[in-house]
Design a protein around this ligand. Structure first.
Ligand code: AMP
Ligand code: MG
Length: 362
């Protein structure tokens, strides 16, 4: 059974010790909790996939110590023999460096051509590696104590809701890992934004996140392409950050066509017709009590309602998304509904992306 441990000096030391032995541990980051293992240890990488029941075609993100920011980050990564500078033209190097300087430490993963020092298992055989310098002090302390970059996917079983507290990690994987460092609730609550910089300098958004497309474009000075199926295909990607169904609760989740305040009785009844007596409702904003009662009247069901942000604050909504889905999943409701996220900001785009995929499960 996993021990949930406060991030004291002794516990960080114990976690680093486990990592050096090829074990995996739960690690807080500002995005979501990760399941960390040494990137240079193939048995640790294999353990990550086994513990998560993650298919080996899904590449891991490599988490780096902030010392790479003390000089030119891209040069530091080349010196660590993680990325191949020779595979990037000058424009690509310039844009990559600018992104790293602007957004690291922070929730941005940059996918770059990898060297042979990065095990193929970490990248699912792809010729590229996803890299990030996390901002969370406990993640940084753990990477420093371990003395190696840490491969860390989200610390949930594959396809399930990402964990944003140590307790969530315990629920997901507690019976399979020795230690979870408790760093509190994740400040962002959504996985990192993932971009790739191609050899010719093209920048492509692979997964939306807290760092928005607009702010990325401002730094690179160029409009970016957004990965869709054609990109996944041309890049040879089968990355589940890009799979249609992901981040899913165990109960079926149905996206409402509109907000509850706009919903008509006929549509509500039709959507809930196969549901049992108790249903769950995830609201983007507003008063959960009031809107839950309205939804209950429309559907004739008992409703457990949660609001992502009463005031409609999108950062707060992002922070609450996964834990709210998880609570509804555990509430005894047999069918879950969610209001669509319709905001225009990058973060709203990221929430909509996660909700669409949580609802895509058949
Ligand atoms: P996570 O969801 O936190 O486990 O992060 C893993 C995700 O990062 C993958 O599912 C991909 O979406 C993305 N990723 C990591 N490495 C690569 C790579 N080399 N190429 C493309 N996407 C990657
Ligand atoms: Mg994940």
């Amino acid at each position: 059974m996993a021990r949930i441990a406060e991030p004291s000096y002794e516990n960080l030391h114990a976690a680093a010790q486990l990592l050096r032995k090829g074990e995996v541990v739960g690690m807080p980051t500002e995005t979501v909790y990760g399941l960390a293992g040494s990137v240079f240890d193939e048995s640790a990488l294999a353990r990550i996939f086994a513990v998560k029941e993650r298919p080996t075609f899904d590449p891991l993100i490599v988490h780096l110590g902030s010392e790479v920011l003390m000089s030119e980050p891209l040069v530091a990564l080349a010196k660590l023999e993680l990325v191949r500078l020779d595979a990037l033209n000058e424009l690509a190097r310039g844009r990559t460096g600018a992104l790293m300087r602007a957004f690291w430490p922070g929730p941005l993963t940059v996918v770059l051509p990898k060297t042979s020092r990065v095990p193929d298992l970490a990248t699912s055989g792809l010729p590229t590696v996803g890299l990030r310098v996390p901002r969370h002090p406990v993640a940084q302390a753990l990477i420093a104590a371990a003395g190696v970059p840490l491969a860390a996917p989200s610390a949930n079983r594959f396809g399930r809701i990402s964990p944003t507290t140590a307790r969530h990690v315990d629920t997901e994987l507690g019976d399979r890992i020795p230690l979870i460092l408790d760093g509190g609730s994740c400040a962002i609550g959504l996985e990192s934004t993932v971009v790739t910089v191609l050899e010719d300098g093209h920048v492509i958004l692979l997964r939306p996140g807290a760092i928005t497309r607009e702010s990325l474009e401002q730094v690179t000075g160029t409009p970016m392409d957004v990965a869709g199926k054609p990109y996944a295909h041309t890049l040879g990607l089968s990355a589940p950050g890009m799979l249609e169904s992901h981040y899913a609760p165990a109960r079926r989740l149905v996206l409402l066509p509109t907000s509850v305040s706009q919903l008509d009785a006929q549509t509500a009844l039709r959507l809930a017709q196969d549901a049992g007596p108790k249903i769950g409702l995830l609201l983007q904003a507003g008063n959960a009590g009031e809107l839950g009662r309205k939804f209950g009247q429309l559907t004739g069901r008992e409703v457990v309602a949660l609001s992502l942000s009463r005031e409609g604050d999108v950062a707060q909504a992002a922070r609450n998304l996964f834990s709210s889905l998880r609570s509804l999943d555990e509430s005894g409701a047999t069918l879950l509904f969610a209001e669509p996220c319709v905001g225009q900001t990058g973060l709203a785009h990221a929430i909509a992306d996660r909700l669409n995929r949580a609802a895509a499960k058949t």
